[in-house]
Design a protein. Sequence first.
Length: 518
Amino acid sequence: MRSAQQGRETDAMNANLHALIESHFPSGTEQPCLLIPNEGVVHYDELAQASARIANALVRAGCVPGDRVAVQTDKHWQVLALYLACLRAGLVYLPLNTAYQKRELEYFFRDAEPRVIVCRPGSVGMIETIGNGALVLTVDGRGGELWDRARDESTTFVTVDSKPDDLAAILYTSGTTGRSKGASLTHRNLASNALALVEAWAFTRRDVLLHALPIYHVHGLFVAVHCALLSGARMLWLPRFDAEEIVDLLPQATVMMGVPTFYTRLLAQPSLTRDASRHVRLFVSGSAPLLPETFAAFRERTGHTILERYGMTETGMITSNPIEGVRAPGTVGRPLPGVNVRVVDDAGDECSPGTIGSVQVRGPNVFAGYWRLPDKTREEFTADGWFRTGDVGEWVPDGPAEGYLRLVGRAKDLIISGGLNVYPKEIEERIDALPGVAESAVIGVPDPDFGEAVTAAVVPKPGATVDEAQVIAALRGDIASFKVPKHVYAIDELPRNAMGKVQKNVLRQRFARNPDKG
Ligand code: MCA
Ligand code: AMP
């Protein structure tokens, strides 16, 4: 139990995540932080100074704590400095997938009302038309307009005093209704999860993290970056995932994090060997289920046992297989320190091990709610304060993985493609709006590369025909490319049950087994 004195000290501390991060920056700050192939090295002090300059520039531009800064850019190191600048200035960082198209962005900007939007030079014109008067700045390989404003600013900035529940970031996740919701993440959420991961995965300053994930989602931005920054480690900073390049760089790395597609693509490289991965101490997989076949093939080829963990945008990381001890394929391990997980039946009672139920989470990692959607937020929590993940699982009842969580499916209608979530409803609405379409159903079918491939079954209107290429062409430019179906099948009618509900499992079986049978 903490004493009243300790309590006052804790409450008085600055809960800003940046205060925690900077307290872990290596002393004698000329330590390398980012190793960027073909570009050079960014040291910790350089990163800290760049983030101070950007923070000063944002404040000079009129930003005040709580303002949103939306960011849709490529993975330049200055964008990491921008993220840190937002934290330390008390601004709310809002990263956006570079695949999002105008219609999607328009919604995010209307909903979040950012004061500043940082984007790629090529999208300025479009973004200015939908930015609702936000200041639009570019970032490119040399720093862009953002850096032009920041260059001459002071290299010091006093981190804003934040309360634990102040917002640090908003990350949009789509939902079963087809409408995206902004998950509001606080400084407490991000800090608690980061500390739990550094401990769980034994990060130290000696680590070199191979960072090939995008930095607009929780996995690449929070999980990977925070583990490295909170341990003073280095990151091999790659603009994107390229399997051949990764294998070439592996000998320099000690940790790699990726989605399952990374691992299947690495396995397709003959150059992936035990020797190539001899310095790596940890391979982490998450964001989507890692197939036991991939787990086994990777172990066979490299001698490494991938550590699988489970998380969500709304909660950060929830469970993890252990750093020491059994890492069991098909399971996601035990709850992280400080995180509570329960599996419950329809009545809300805890299931005994081996019985499948709904996975719920509680803890300092669980988000503050959906941005400006109090009713939606209430729906996603139980009366006693647990967050409903929408995932279905069980506690492993016995054997070496006893007590580990095993996910068996999802109650939510969700497809995960290459680690990216696609909600069928959103795609169905776009397809149904196309001429000649009566109705549609979108499903995920097993795919060797993406895990699941977005697939559409479309019923044409009487007398109309539906052509796969036309549907795909019509959706491109309208929605992010990873959401566009890889296959479109015309069918006479959608299978429905007695209640009139579309039987997506029937469609999944039909198109997974015999995709040519339209
Ligand atoms: C790209 N394409 C995709 C995907 N990515 N299609 C379906 N699913 C995808 N994930 C399409 C593009 O639209 C394009 O289509 C073609 O593939 C090539 O594009 P390119 O950009 O070259 O793709 P890539 O570089 O091969 O990208 C695949 C990838 C990438 C490396 C797997 O998607 C990726 O980095 N995924 C990681 C996402 C991630 O960070 N998830 C974490 C979310 P066309 O040629 O037809 O135009 S956070 C989360 O889930 C929680 C919190 C958690 O637990 O971590
Ligand atoms: P997101 O909304 O992008 O944060 O995705 C969160 C969802 O990804 C979770 O609710 C799970 O359905 C899924 N997920 C994340 N990690 C894993 C994993 N290791 N195994 C299975 N599903 C996962």
